[in-house]
Design a protein around this ligand. Structure first.
Ligand code: BEZ
Length: 211
């Protein structure tokens, strides 16, 4: 069955370019991003893994551990990393799972047979420190992902995990946020002392509370 938001991210043990990994142990108390790519030595995937590698400081700042996956083997991954480093101005700094037996991709429903029978699509799972799935995104093989958007969503997930707020369309770190509908308007000043605007009774804005 497909994994849904709020489900526990299934644990697994798998071989990766950084050795054998037990997923939950690897994540520890961190947030996690597990993302699949269709195949090694392919152009879009090469740019994607380079992009994620160059964003290492951004993921670290947010206490996020990244792990990639494809159904190719370990030797293939290791050889391909040489190409990624050479062409993408980086040094790959996260593990890539070698899922040749498709154990993990099956567990996470990353193979969509009507798109491709044997390769994974571009799945993304964001996992919280409680090991629950907070976000899923699926892209087709032909479209490279926008990893700035992934960081933006992680900012929103981490903010809304700690404050009674939601983030509006196109929100970015530092911009005003929406007060949760669960908060009564008369209770806003005590909870959000930086101020608020009532645009409609159901649409109340406040400055980002942790800035
Ligand atoms: C790519 O990464 O470039 C790619 C992989 C599979 C199908 C199409 C493109």
């Amino acid at each position: 069955m497909a994994l849904r938001l709020g489900d526990e991210a299934p644990n697994f043990t798998a071989e990766s370019t950084e050795g054998t990994i037990n997923f939950h142990e690897y994540l520890g108390d961190s947030w996690g991003v597990l993302f699949s790519h269709p195949a090694d030595f392919t152009p879009v995937c090469t740019t994607e893994l380079g992009a994620v590698s160059r964003l290492r400081d951004e993921f670290s700042k947010r206490n996020v551990k990244v792990i990639a996956l494809s159904v190719d083997g370990l030797e293939s991954h290791k050889s391909w990393i040489g190409d990624i480093n050479e062409t993408q101005n980086t040094a790959v700094n996260f593990p890539i799972i070698a899922d040749e037996d498709k154990k993990v991709s099956t567990l996470y429903d990353m193979i969509h047979p009507n798109a491709n029978e044997s390769f994974t699509v571009r799945s993304v799972f964001v996992i919280g420190p409680d090991k629950k799935i907070k976000l899923t995104i699926t892209y087709p093989a032909s479209t490279g992902r926008n990893f700035d958007e992934l960081l933006r969503v992680i900012d929103s997930l981490q903010l809304t995990a700690n404050y009674s707020v939601a983030t509006p369309a196109d929100w970015k770190e530092g911009e005003d946020v929406v007060v949760s509908p669960a908060i009564k308007t008369e209770d806003i000043p005590a909870k959000f002392p930086k101020g608020h605007r009532v645009i409609k009774p159901y649409l109340r804005m406040t400055p980002q509370p942790n800035k």
